[in-house]
Design a binder for this molecule. Structure first.
Ligand code: AR6
Length: 169
């Protein structure tokens, strides 16, 4: 059974073997957490990403972590849905991001995985709904990953993720 914890911080400094990136389909980098990960990993990350692109929303692919500090060894890039009001399959796509990322983590032999709050920044997903999907999907996906960290960059997201974990369905 996977252990899930909610922490606040910068995902590039997490003590895990694998971090998940909230990428866009080009996998060449962007703003938000994607920009932070690409800055820390160096230019080879964009080259590796471009070779695997395009990645459709809801899917996930892995690259090495390049210049990110150990113990981080892998980056799983997943593409969240852009929020369009909630009637365009956004919830299923967001759940798929968490599920597919854990499946890719299993293929890598990952033991500890950190997720950002996918889609809740530039892509506009309501953070309360996204927090519940993150917690419920991680807890309901069979995986050999032992430890999942849900990493909040800001206090409101930290509180929403904590609340979703305490009151999980
Ligand atoms: N560590 C952890 N979380 C972070 C960090 C960080 N260093 N920086 C930001 N966040 P966003 P999206 C949080 O916008 O909504 C990019 O341009 C942030 O506060 O990074 O999925 C991509 O290339 C928020 O809670 O991702 C795509 O084009 C969460 O990460 C697009 O943005 C997600 O915000 C993806 O948008």
């Amino acid at each position: 059974m996977v252990s899930v914890e909610v922490v606040r911080g910068d995902i590039t400094a997490e003590d895990v073997d694998t971090i998940v990136n909230a990428a866009n389909s080009s996998l060449r980098g962007g703003g938000g957490v994607d920009g932070a990960i690409h800055r820390a990993a160096g230019p080879r990350l964009a080259e590796a990403g471009a070779a695997l692109a395009p990645c459709p929303p809801g899917e996930a692919v892995a690259t090495p972590a390049f210049d990110l500090d150990p113990p981080i060894r892998h980056v799983i890039h997943t593409v969240g849905p852009v929020w369009k009001g909630g009637t365009r399959g956004e919830a299923d796509l967001l759940a798929s991001c968490y599920r597919r990322s854990l499946e890719v983590a299993d293929e890598l032999g990952a033991r500890s995985v950190a997720f950002p709050a996918i889609s809740t920044g530039i892509y506009g997903y309501p953070p309360d709904q996204a927090a519940r999907i993150a917690v419920d999907t991680v807890l309901s996906t069979p995986t050999r990953v032992e430890r999942v960290r849900l990493v909040a960059f800001d206090r409101p997201t930290f509180e929403l993720l904590g609340e979703a974990l305490r009151t999980r369905s």
